[in-house]
Design a protein around this ligand. Structure first.
Ligand SMILES: [Zn+2]
Length: 283
């Protein structure tokens, strides 16, 4: 109720808001801002807790939201101050539920699960400082509904204990240690990610109808790729490889096997994909 009152106050006092603050634009604002939480968080100072909505939006995000939602920057700023806690704390505005990514003029980013170092012996962890050293790389996400889309894969690095956090695992001393549970997006190549439900589909095709990995690859490239093409200059093509299917199969099966036992998957970070999961599969 407090939020509605504040929005009404905004409508009463701001001529620009009166013209642009429609239900549809507000829905856009909440959905887009919800998708951009990681990008909003990264430029904040280290002591800002990732669990609390920052008071100020980064300038680039504010400009993007204003342009995407048809607001002035002043209205965007005011909407953020009114709705930030709802956007931050609610899972209802999950990107997959609210957004067609094609509406974005820039590729979405895939971040690690957390913005903090999780090494209990790390000084940074003990001080509660968020990770701010980020590296982003071009990548491709293979989706079930929309085919392949370009994405930025963001790694966060802890300078104190030298752990590099990726979206599915952290890397330390040559080992990839996966986070617990089954991620929504599974990394199947150096620059390739697949939605969990697509990998689940491949596993079902292989187990139920004895479909070969080669034919799972063909199936995706023919039936699910939606004829999407990479944007000009994107480093990676959109054609799925056989290795990506095999890696997805191995990773999902290993995670599903270990997860109920509360065990984590640990594999070598270096070497060839075809050797990476062998020891884990043998054990
Ligand atoms: Zn650390």
């Amino acid at each position: 109720m407090a939020e509605l009152e504040q929005l009404l106050e905004l409508l009463r006092t701001n001529a620009d808001a009166l013209n642009t603050l429609t239900l549809s634009n507000l829905f856009c604002f909440v959905s887009y801002a919800s998708c951009l939480k990681d990008d909003i968080l990264l430029p904040q100072p280290s002591p800002v807790s990732p669990s609390t909505a920052p008071d100020l939006l980064p300038a680039s995000i504010q400009k993007f939201l204003a342009s995407a939602c048809g607001f002035s920057e002043a209205t965007t700023e005011r909407c953020w101050s009114i709705l930030k806690d709802t956007i931050w704390n609610s899972a209802d505005f999950a990107p997959e539920a609210c957004i067609q990514y094609q509406l974005f003029t820039v590729p979405r980013s895939i971040y690690p699960l957390q913005h903090h170092c999780i090494n209990p012996n790390c000084q940074r962890t003990q001080k509660g400082l968020a990770l701010k050293k980020a590296e982003q790389r071009q990548a491709v996400l293979y989706m079930l509904d929309s085919g392949p889309i370009p994405v930025w894969s963001v790694h966060l690095y802890c300078e104190k204990c030298k752990v590099n956090y990726h979206s599915n695992f952290h890397v330390h001393q040559g080992k990839r240690v996966y986070y617990g549970g089954i991620p929504d997006v599974i990394q199947v190549g150096e620059h390739q990610f697949v939605e969990h439900k697509v990998v689940e589909l491949w596993v079902t095709l292989m187990v139920v109808s004895w479909t070969s990995a080669t034919n799972c690859t063909r199936f995706y490239n023919t039936a699910l790729s939606c004829n999407q093409q990479p944007p000009p200059g994107w480093q990676f093509g959109f054609t799925l490889d056989l290795d990506h299917v095999w890696n997805g199969f191995a990773i999902l099966c290993l995670l599903e096997d270990l997860s109920p036992q509360n065990e984590t998957l640990s594999v070598p970070h270096t070497g060839l994909d075809q050797d990476r999961y062998k020891t884990a599969m043998q054990s």
